[in-house]
Design a protein around this ligand. Structure first.
Ligand SMILES: [Ca+2]
Ligand SMILES: [Ca+2]
Ligand SMILES: [Ca+2]
Length: 223
């Protein structure tokens, strides 16, 4: 590595940072308040506020009712359940509709676990060491299955780990220092969990093909 290359490597980012700073200076109102900008690069405006269950913890989005609009699912840690808000497609939402899951609702992820074409919801319940699967139907989420997890299940990840076409679940167990993988039998019922030891206090997991062999791997944070 020679000096010219070193200079080139830092010069471009430095110029880029300078340009961004100049643009920010030009577009930031001198006496602005809050999140709303009348013009410029940054456009954050609070569109609405909705009351969900106690201690809302994690929020995700999916088209729960299949009408083409993005809906919201919120895990309410204190309430032990989720709130589902159906998007009108214009930034406003109907609901929430609340569904109990288990004590200490923590992580939430959607996938079509029972293969009927609708997104179902997997939820981890930190305080009673279970996962809940809420099955989506035209009448809401009337059907729930509870599955044993490890100690203190946290943020849920979903992927097809055994490549059978059915969505499986990985969840870090905060108090067990492990990650549980639960393989879907294809109909939304799951084989008994298989645990792998990980570093202390695993908190969040994400599934992706990190090794490039076509099979999903799991990255876990250690709190
Ligand atoms: Ca929708
Ligand atoms: Ca489904
Ligand atoms: Ca699978």
């Amino acid at each position: 590595m020679n000096g010219t290359n070193d200079t080139t490597k830092w010069l471009f980012p430095a110029v880029l940072v300078l340009i961004v700073m100049m643009l920010a200076a030009l577009t930031t109102p001198s006496s602005g308040k809050g999140l709303s900008y009348s013009q410029g690069l940054e456009m954050l405006t609070e569109a609405g506020t909705y009351d969900v269950g106690a201690n809302p913890f994690v929020v995700i989005s999916d088209d729960i009712d299949g009408n083409g609009t993005a809906d919201l699912v919120v895990a309410n840690h204190g309430a032990g359940g989720i709130s589902v808000l159906m998007g009108r497609g214009d930034g406003r939402f109907d609901g929430p509709a609340d569904f109990p899951t288990g004590a200490g609702t923590f992580g939430v992820a959607t996938a079509d676990f029972d293969g009927d074409g609708t997104p179902d919801i997997a939820i981890s319940n930190e305080l009673n060491n279970t996962l809940s699967i809420l099955f989506n139907s035209s009448s809401g989420f009337a059907s729930k299955a509870d599955i044993p997890a490890g100690g203190g299940p946290h943020v849920v990840a979903v992927a097809d780990f055994d490549a059978d076409g059915a969505a499986d679940i990985a969840v870090p167990n905060y108090h067990s220092n492990s990650v549980s993988v639960l393989l879907n039998q294809g109909d939304g019922t799951f084989h008994e969990k298989v645990d792998s030891s990980v570093h202390r206090r695993p908190f969040s997991a994400v599934a992706a093909d990190l090794s490039g062999d076509g099979a999903p791997d799991i990255a876990v944070t250690s709190y």
